[in-house]
Design a binder for this molecule. Structure first.
Ligand code: HSE
Length: 334
């Protein structure tokens, strides 16, 4: 299985480490190894059809800040330099235009390559187009890590809860906001809490996407399209972020035994991200950086999942699960 990785930041490097760690698992389960045949970061790239040592890639990136010796200007030209089976698109997200991630995903699918991504921008803006492109080219297209990082949700709803009528999903889909609100519960000012979230590597490259609710909105769109069969985009979500939440509002909530949390909600008629009052002790009132989702189904009733919404190995674990699903499907088709 030959993999091309686009984006070699936290998630890309985490995924390379996971590939190194799971090599024996791939061989035992599928009788084949997984080779990284190409990697590009925002400026440089390296390719080798025989495969590149994943840990060497990580160490090169960490010492030189570049993944390869070659530089480029057009990412799709780099993708054409080596043959691969699966594109792992984990470049920084652009929620306004879809950015280079959208260009890379379109290019790979158009060329018959399977794609795994955690890149929210392309999914929130062009979901239907990308699904149709994947279908037309008979490609597999998976994106479990795009919502909730390591928290299982998309494949859980589509596979484990197959046949259920999912009535709604409500959840905490942004660890940065939850961290800030939890710190504010303890009296820490907004700015200081945001700074800490950035230092922890949780916040987006541009943290406006977190605190204005745009990141949560992307996730709501992805859930609406992939689980509720909608054809919606970012602009269809009613979004309110957390920037106008005052210390007074937090204190007032606390005096009523409540907390304020940024909740994303998807149902047949609702597509919303907004701060809400949640009773203390309720699953959606959790503190810290965890993501949580409550899935309301017709047969199984309510199901609550929780997990790390970001992080190096955590998000890479979701990419790994998609890769294994693709390898399984390919084996069944062979
Ligand atoms: N910035 C995001 C968060 C990362 O804080 O949850 C995962 O999408």
């Amino acid at each position: 299985m030959r993999v091309f990785i686009c984006g070699f930041g936290t998630v890309g490097q985490g995924f390379a480490e996971v590939v190194a760690r799971k090599q024996q698992y791939f061989v035992d389960k599928f009788g084949q190894d997984v080779r990284i045949v190409g990697v590009m970061d925002s400026k440089s790239y390296t390719v080798d059809p025989e495969g590149i040592d994943p840990l060497e890639l990580v160490s090169r990136k960490q010492t030189t800040r570049r993944v390869g010796d070659e530089t480029y200007t057009v990412s799709t030209e780099v993708l054409d330099k080596v043959d691969y089976d699966v594109l792992v698109e984990v470049s920084p997200t652009d929620v306004k235009t879809g950015g280079v991630g959208l260009i890379n995903i379109r290019h790979a699918l158009s060329n018959g390559k399977d794609v795994i991504t955690v890149n929210k921008g392309p999914l929130a803006l062009k979901f239907r187009e990308l699904i149709d492109l994947a279908k037309a080219n008979r490609c597999k297209f998976r994106f479990e890590g795009s919502v909730g990082g390591a928290m299982p949700i998309i494949n859980l709803c589509r596979e484990s809860l197959a046949g259920e009528n999912i009535k709604s999903i409500r959840g905490i889909f942004n660890g940065t906001c939850n961290f800030i609100l939890s710190k504010m519960d303890k009296g820490q000012p907004f700015e200081q809490a945001l700074k800490e979230a950035q230092q922890m590597g949780y916040a987006e490259t541009d943290p406006t996407n977190d605190i204005e609710g745009y990141d949560s909105a992307c996730k709501v769109v992805i859930l609406a399209n992939s689980i509720f069969g909608k054809d919606v985009t970012f602009d269809d979500v009613q979004i309110t972020g957390i920037t106008s939440i005052t210390e007074e509002a937090i204190a007032l909530a606390a005096s009523r035994n409540m907390v304020i949390r940024l909740i994303g909600e998807v149902s047949e008629n609702k597509l919303e991200v907004s701060p809400r009052l949640i009773p203390k002790g309720h699953p959606l009132g959790i503190s810290g950086t965890l993501n949580t989702a409550q899935i309301l189904t017709d047969l199984a009733g309510p199901i609550t999942v929780s997990g790390r919404g970001a992080g190096r190995l955590e998000t890479a674990s979701a990419v790994l699960s998609d890769l294994i699903a693709i390898m399984d499907e390919r084996r069944r088709e062979a």
